[in-house]
Write a protein that binds this ligand. Structure first.
Ligand SMILES: CC(C)(COP(=O)(O)OP(=O)(O)OC[C@H]1O[C@@H](n2cnc3c(N)ncnc32)[C@H](O)[C@@H]1OP(=O)(O)O)[C@@H](O)C(=O)NCCC(=O)NCCS
Length: 332
């Protein structure tokens, strides 16, 4: 019997309407459009506005679009994994809120947290459920409402992050398409450079933690930058090497959208030209778990069956990784 692989058979995305421009940020913190654009490549990002709205409100429209595009009934979905760092609540899992909202009554769901590498970790995990033959319809969501943990008085972080997300459908394939390899890494010694100080079990919320603004993302940008440049480039090169892929063999690099300079460094290391690099950081900034599915969604029409894609990410933890995907369908 031929080997079962997990093919991506559809992709969908969602970004909220509100556009937070660099110009508007200039009115909030001491920064300017030229600095932000030259240091990060970001011009604007989306923000989910509205009382009581969380990450599931980004994920649900993406999943509904995905079900429609893939002609899938919600009841057919067997598993939904949601990669997020900004769950609606500490518990229950956002995946459960999503499955309930879309009517995926036969699916079980859980969240996976690996900061900006979350989508890749979730994709690799989900692919194993397909490869084992246990499930035939699995949805992987990557979504974050980063504005819920960003301090809009901290210019080191508020310029970078935005809200958004996407989802992919995974189904079995026996012709060699889909997720073919993954290199995933983590190193907890990097936690000190990118984390949220309070709100977890070490330091539950209190008046003091709120007053000290400890419920926001804390980042030492230069340290993160240094590790990210090396980490993302290393794993991308590694996944190419072990699958005997040359730069010519790679149709697309699908990089986590953290900083244009980190993306350029990864593409350079792989020897891949900028015309093969998916990019939307200019419009969305860093949506954490959302960046890679949002790229796939926006570039879907340019993807052809048989294209070799390298998905690469780096994030808090530190976590990083690269996944080799052979695209399974032509534009519909
Ligand atoms: C955050 C980041 C954009 C900062 O860029 P940088 O080139 O490292 O900038 P530095 O922190 O060295 O600061 C350079 C100068 O700009 C200033 N500066 C910092 N933020 C600024 C802002 N938003 N606007 C204007 N000036 C700013 C600094 O105060 C510093 O001034 P000084 O030279 O007078 O001391 C960059 O470090 C980065 O992208 N890091 C990785 C972040 C990331 O990817 N995080 C997500 C995890 S995947």
């Amino acid at each position: 019997m031929s080997k079962i692989t997990a093919a991506i058979t559809g992709v969908a995305g969602y970004v909220p309407d509100y556009v937070l421009t660099n110009k508007e940020l200039e009115t909030m913190v001491d920064t300017n459009d030229e600095w932000i654009l030259s240091r990060t490549g970001i011009k604007e990002r989306r923000i989910l506005k509205g009382e009581g709205k969380g990450t599931s409100h980004i994920a649900v429209p993406a999943v509904l679009e995905l079900l429609k595009k893939t002609n899938t009934k919600a009841e057919e979905v067997e598993l939904l994994i949601c990669a997020t760092t900004t769950p609606d609540m500490v518990f229950p899992a956002t995946a459960n809120l999503i499955t309930a909202e879309v009517g995926a009554v036969n699916a079980f769901g859980y969240d996976l947290q690996a900061a900006c590498s979350g989508f890749l970790y979730a994709l690799a995990t989900a692919s194993k459920f397909i490869e084992s033959g246990q499930y035939k319809k699995v949805i992987v969501v990557g979504a974050d409402k980063m504005s819920s943990i960003i301090d809009y008085t901290d210019r080191a972080t508020c310029i970078i992050f935005g809200d958004g997300g996407g989802a992919v459908m995974l189904e079995p394939n026996t012709e060699g398409y889909g997720i073919l390899d993954s290199v995933l890494k983590s190193d907890g010694t990097g936690a000190q450079f990118l984390h949220m100080k309070a709100g977890g079990s070490r330091k539950p919320a209190s008046i003091e933690t709120v007053q000290a603004r400890e419920h926001f993302a804390y980042q030492e940008g230069q340290q993160v930058f240094k590790f990210a440049v090396k980490g993302m480039a290393d794993v991308s090169a590694e996944v190419m090497e072990r699958n005997h892929l040359t730069a010519e063999d790679v149709a697309w690099l699908v990089p986590h959208q953290a900083n244009k300079r980190i993306i350029d460094a990864t593409a350079n290391r792989m020897g891949v030209g900028s015309d093969k690099v998916m990019l939307n950081i200019e419009r969305y900034g860093n949506t954490t778990s959302g960046t890679i599915p949002l790229c796939l969604w926006e570039y879907e029409k340019q993807l052809k069956k048989g294209d070799n894609l390298i998905l690469a990410a780096f994030g808090g933890g530190f976590t990083w990784g690269a996944i080799y995907v052979k695209w399974a369908y032509d534009p519909k």
